[in-house]
Design a protein around this ligand. Structure first.
Ligand SMILES: *Cc1c(COP(=O)(O)O)cnc(C)c1O
Length: 484
């Protein structure tokens, strides 16, 4: 009876593995869909206006699993029509909004390998090669900062989780008794990314005091104000716990004065955290590296390969100058892990990460980096930096009112100098979104509504930049005529 039932079930469950032939067909269907998406990318919109978007009205049965299976080609049709043609097309070279990246195709192929082998690379014992691969990715990023073998880190799903990981390590260094929390002070400007506040909350640091540091005219951190806050807190017996500096803010792409902040952090024994999620990989360019000087004195750095390395979304990293500090917070053990302890001397990613079982995400980084070579990636980063300067100069020439010169690959611009033209600029933005061939995002600083360009899709080249200029000019004229 028992065996009979098992045999019955086996017939069904063997469908999960397919056969060599059926696996080939599934793969061909999926690869065909993916490649035709890429082949037609230039004809696709970058943004499909959600006001007219039918996908919100699509029946739930499209997504909900049902008792019986659906042919692969039907599923792919649903995917193509509901996912790829709605919202922001983040693969498009016309994506100049938020922080784009593009998603290098070999990154997808790396994911394919990782998932096909279902490799578990959290512990050296389970995958010595996989652990070494992740260690090499971390070591390479640490070397960009100028750190050696005493440094460590971990790959995360993105910058937000990397930030949380850094803050937990910092917390464990400084806060050992319950009463200390309300004396701990965190220093950052209003331009610090909102994931920092979220991480403060998630790390249980809600009762810490957040000191909002004044900014200079170019939105970098004002050092006098920082020094004053640190001195005040120190003299009042507070704990100057952490300074958060940005190496490439999301709004304007500026870099806080790293060297000076590091000096103050050293003076007061404060943890120095650098948010380089967006900007970090620009340090690969010899001409921009000096702008980062001082970040090597940081205690922790967050950097996002899914931004500056153009990898598919879902990979961030935290780097820690003294790897022991991360290890102390993240290393746990249990009886059922005893076989793995044999090789505890080897580097195991899970000893530095809040995750145990995790995506083997280093493959999506290793494969493109090794395949193309760092030179190719560096050239693409330099091209984006120069494209940004080109766009800035072109728009300036055409009479747009410009925000500060771009440091990396982000800048603000608008029509007019004060809030009285906010509405006009809002209209320009909404005309661009309605058109959808290119995409930009917007921000508001001190009551002024700004248009914003971020160049970081590896598919953005001169042609896309020129199309964007055309679209901006046309939208500006149209907005003026609507207004008049
Ligand atoms: C994108 C970004 C983050 C958050 O990273 P995610 O990968 O989106 O979680 C943090 N800081 C800066 C400066 C960013 O640009």
């Amino acid at each position: 009876m028992l065996k009979e039932r098992i045999r019955e079930l086996e017939v069904i469950s063997k469908q999960l593995d397919g056969t060599s032939t059926s696996r080939g067909e599934w793969t061909e269907d999926v690869i065909h869909a993916g490649l035709s998406f890429l082949d037609t990318l230039r004809q696709q919109k970058t943004y499909f206006n959600p006001v007219h978007d039918q996908s919100n009205n699509a029946p739930d049965t499209l997504w909900e699993p049902q008792e019986t299976g659906v042919p692969m080609q039907d599923l792919l049709r649903t995917y193509q029509s509901q996912i790829w043609n709605h919202g922001i097309n983040a693969a498009s070279g016309g994506h100049f909004g938020y922080i784009p990246g593009g998603g290098l195709y070999p990154g997808a192929l790396g994911d394919y390998l990782a998932a096909t082998g279902n490799t578990y690379a959290g512990i050296a014992y389970a995958s010595p090669g996989g652990a070494k691969m992740e260690e090499a990715m971390i070591r390479w990023m640490n070397a960009i900062v100028g750190w050696g073998s005493e440094a460590g880190g971990t790959l995360t799903s993105g910058g937000s989780l990397a930030t949380l990981t850094a803050l937990i390590a910092a917390r464990d260094q400084y806060i050992s008794e319950p009463g200390q929390l309300e004396h701990a002070c965190i220093y950052m400007t209003p331009q610090a990314h909102h994931c920092i506040r979220k991480a403060i909350h998630l790390a249980g640091l809600n009762f810490a005091k957040i000191r909002s540091i004044r900014m200079n005219q170019d939105y970098t951190m004002n050092l006098e104000d920082l020094a004053k806050h640190l001195a005040d807190d120190h003299s009042q017996g507070m704990i100057p716990f952490m300074i958060v500096g940005s190496a490439g803010t999301t709004d304007t792409g500026v870099i806080d004065p790293m060297q000076e902040i590091a000096g103050l952090a050293h003076k007061y024994g404060t943890w120095f955290h650098v948010d380089a999620a967006y900007g970090g990989f620009f340090a690969l360019l010899p001409e921009l590296l000096p702008s980062f000087k001082g970040w090597e004195k940081a205690d922790s750095i967050v950097i996002d390969p899914h931004k500056g390395l153009f990898l598919p979304y879902g990979i961030g990293a935290v780097l820690i100058r003294d790897r022991k500090k991360l290890f102390n917070s993240m290393r746990y053990s249990a009886a059922y892990m005893q076989d793995a302890e044999v090789d505890a001397m080897d580097y195991s990613p899970s000893d530095y990460s809040p995750e145990l079982t995790r995506h083997f995400r280093s493959v999506r980084m290793w494969l493109p980096l090794k395949f193309f070579g760092i030179n190719t990636i560096r050239a693409a980063i330099e091209e984006k930096h120069l494209l940004t300067k080109y766009l800035y100069a072109q728009l300036n020439q055409r009479g747009w009112d410009m925000g500060p010169q771009p440091t990396l690959s982000v800048f603000l611009f608008r029509i007019g100098h004060d809030p009285s033209t906010n509405e006009l600029n809002r209209t320009i933005a909404s005309l661009i979104h309605q058109d959808g061939s290119q995409f930009i995002s917007t921000t508001t600083l001190e009551g002024i509504f700004w248009l914003r360009i971020a160049v970081l899709s590896f598919r953005s080249h001169l042609e896309e930049a020129d199309l964007l200029i055309q679209l901006l000019e046309a939208s500006r004229q149209k907005a003026a005529s609507i207004k008049g």
